[in-house]
Design a protein around this ligand. Structure first.
Ligand code: GDP
Length: 604
């Protein structure tokens, strides 16, 4: 069998899922009637959001070829996972919706594929649509790839052009190269947890072979374990005796802890260990953090169990217990990107029936400080970031302002593709977001690619919505982590009724603190609403109050009115209040609704 390993990469909604399904159907890999559900998309939640979080793979028989289609996640937060999947391939189909043209993820994927030395086959999709302009889209792509490569033209929907594309895959994409008899080396490009069989590891063989019954060794992680089962995906798991050089498949080795299997690690044998691991193994660290607390404090043990269970199957987030003065016992969660926060919170609430409060997400800071004053967090509990800096991933643990010598924040390189008419608006937004201009490139005189360096924190707070609004929805973006840079950021504390509420603290830039403090206080005033007594809402930076709002006490007659009315109205009101309570947390004597804790995300 001749082998071809490839991925399809595309900007979201450009038709990757439809084309994958079409290829599986046309090659008879999957029967037509089974295609009702889009196969490469797994979990229910993913489907609802139209994204694929976990990369998977399918073996396709085409003529006398064995094609392995390796799926990649489609959301910007997962660009690191795309790179991992692409390392398992020799080629990619770079798919572009010809009615839309090149978008930010197209650019990012194209450059990534080229930098990995992969064969790129451009594919113009949706040519069945009358508004499609495959010539224009192809021209845009040539400018990005910096070479004219003839594109395939297909309609994933009608199937037009797909036969030709399959031929192109086997002629253009090189066959895997490696030593079939060498010491085995297989790249782990994904893994998932099966409650019955333990961790299922997805691999691409680069050298040698692996067989059932042998004892594997993970070169980075060090773990050794007997291979209980080995096989390939159709997409169902199909057992076979072993996997040879170039092949893609799965391994079951009775591993119970998903954290001991790291994507990017190399599988070899315990008694025939390879000399060097495969390149590309990078430990990924969470970059965005948020806390969650049960609305009902007695639910804390339930939340712990839920997190343990969820983390068993989803290793892309980390968690650690946390105690907040305001919200009590909860957990600090670390994520790879923004979208994941929502998914994890939703799954916890939905699958484990929990009511949770989540705080505004923030990035990780590296802080250098003296320790003259008393600190909110045990110094020994803080990890080292090198050069005398400590890792601080929670605003509640910021050292007192007088002690701080320097703060570094993470930056990203952001790529934006926008129609030229929105360029000014986009650039103004990037400037507001503390961006630094890097470069710009016009493609096909209607579109422009803009690159900036920007603090990651600015992306975390409402970047996506603003970008959409300044570009009427036409601009798209992709980002990559850059490095930690010194920055004038400050901790802004929020005081409710004179008491600082740790879970409401946010980190912001010094120059923005006052404006944001005002907006935040206004928003909080609105969200908290009137209660039985007057409440002050204040923002404090470096010991100084920078903004204040007063929530007046509820007027007496509002309450009085209720007592006069009939009994059902009164009962209704009481029930309404009870419902409202569910999503409230009492801090001191003030009831604060859940929305208040993410108010930072909602200010303009
Ligand atoms: P993905 O996000 O890249 O996986 O995109 P999907 O495969 O989910 O496709 C996004 C939308 O485009 C869906 O509504 C598809 O039905 C539609 N679509 C995909 N391919 C074609 C095509 O060739 N022609 C037309 N007209 N629509 C398509």
């Amino acid at each position: 069998m001749k082998i071809r390993n490839f991925s399809i990469v595309a900007h979201i909604d450009h038709g990757k899922t439809t084309l994958s399904d079409r290829i599986l159907e046309d090659t008879g890999t999957v029967a037509k009637r089974k295609m009702t559900a889009q196969l490469l998309d797994g979990m229910e939640l993913e489907k609802e959001r139209g994204i694929t979080i976990k990369a998977k793979a399918v073996r396709i028989k085409y003529k006398d070829y064995e094609l392995n289609l390796i799926d990649t996640p489609g959301h910007v937060d997962f660009s690191y996972e795309v790179a991992r999947s692409l390392r398992a391939c020799e080629g990619v189909l770079l798919l572009v919706d010809a009615s839309q043209g090149v978008e930010a993820q197209t650019v990012a994927h194209a450059h990534l594929a080229q930098s990995l030395g992969l064969k790129v086959i451009p594919v113009m999709n949706k040519v069945d649509l009358s508004q499609s302009d495959a010539d224009l889209s192809e021209e845009q792509l040539w400018e990005i790839l910096r070479e004219p490569i003839l594109a395939e033209r297909v309609s994933a929907k009608t199937g037009m052009g797909v036969d030709h594309l399959l031929e192109r895959i086997v002629t253009d994409i090189p066959e895997p190269k490696g030593n079939p008899n060498g010491k085995p080396r297989a790249l782990i490009f994904d893994s998932f947890y099966d409650p019955f069989r333990g961790v299922i590891i997805y691999v691409r063989m680069f050298d040698g072979s692996l067989k059932q019954g042998q004892t594997l060794r993970l070169m980075g992680g060090g773990l050794t374990s007997k291979i209980e089962e080995i096989g390939y995906m159709t997409p169902q798991l199909v057992k076979c005796g072993g996997l040879n050089m170039g092949e893609v498949g799965y391994i079951v080795a009775g591993i119970k802890d998903i954290h001991s299997v790291k994507v990017g690690d190399t599988v070899t044998l315990a008694d025939n260990t390879a000399d060097e691991p495969l390149p590309g193994y990078e430990e990924t660290k969470p970059v965005v953090f948020a806390s969650i607390f049960p609305i009902d404090s007695p639910d804390y043990p339930l939340l712990r169990t839920a997190l343990e269970k969820l983390n068993l199957s989803d290793s892309s987030f980390s968690y650690q217990s946390e105690v907040s003065k305001a919200l009590g016992f909860g957990f600090r969660l670390g994520f790879m990107g923004l979208l994941h926060i929502e998914i994890v919170k939703e799954r916890l609430e939905r699958e484990f029936n929990l009511s949770l409060i989540a705080t505004s997400p923030n990035v990780v800071y590296h802080v250098k400080f003296t320790s003259k004053k008393s600190h909110p967090q045990e110094l020994s509990a803080l990890r080292d970031a090198g050069d005398g800096y400590k890792v601080i991933d929670n605003p509640a643990y910021f050292p007192p302002y007088g002690d701080i010598i320097d703060i570094k924040e993470p930056t990203i390189t952001i790529t934006i593709v926008t129609p030229v008419e929105f360029m000014d608006g986009v650039m103004t937004l990037l400037k507001e977001k503390r961006g630094t201009y890097l470069e710009m490139e016009h493609i096909s005189n209607m579109r422009v690619i803009i690159k900036y360096i920007m603090p990651m924190a600015e992306m975390v707070i409402d970047f996506y919505n603003k970008l959409k609004s300044v570009s009427k929805g036409y601009a798209s973006f992709d980002y990559e982590l850059d490095e930690y840079r010194s920055s004038d950021v400050v901790l802004m504390e929020i005081l409710i009724h004179g008491e600082p509420v740790d879970a409401l603290s946010v980190v912001t830039h010094k120059d923005k603190a006052q404006t944001q403090g005002r907006a935040l206080c206004e928003k909080l005033k609105e969200l908290i609403g009137r209660q039985m007594f007057e409440i002050a809402v204040q923002a404090r930076v470096n010991g100084k109050i920078v903004a204040r709002e007063t929530i007046p006490a509820m007027r007496k007659d509002v309450i009085a009115k209720c007592y006069g009315g009939d009994i059902t109205r009164k009962r209704k009101l009481l029930e309404k209040q009870k419902e409202g309570k569910k999503r409230m947390k009492s801090i001191g004597s003030v009831d604060i609704p859940q929305e208040a804790f993410v108010a930072m995300l909602k200010i303009d």
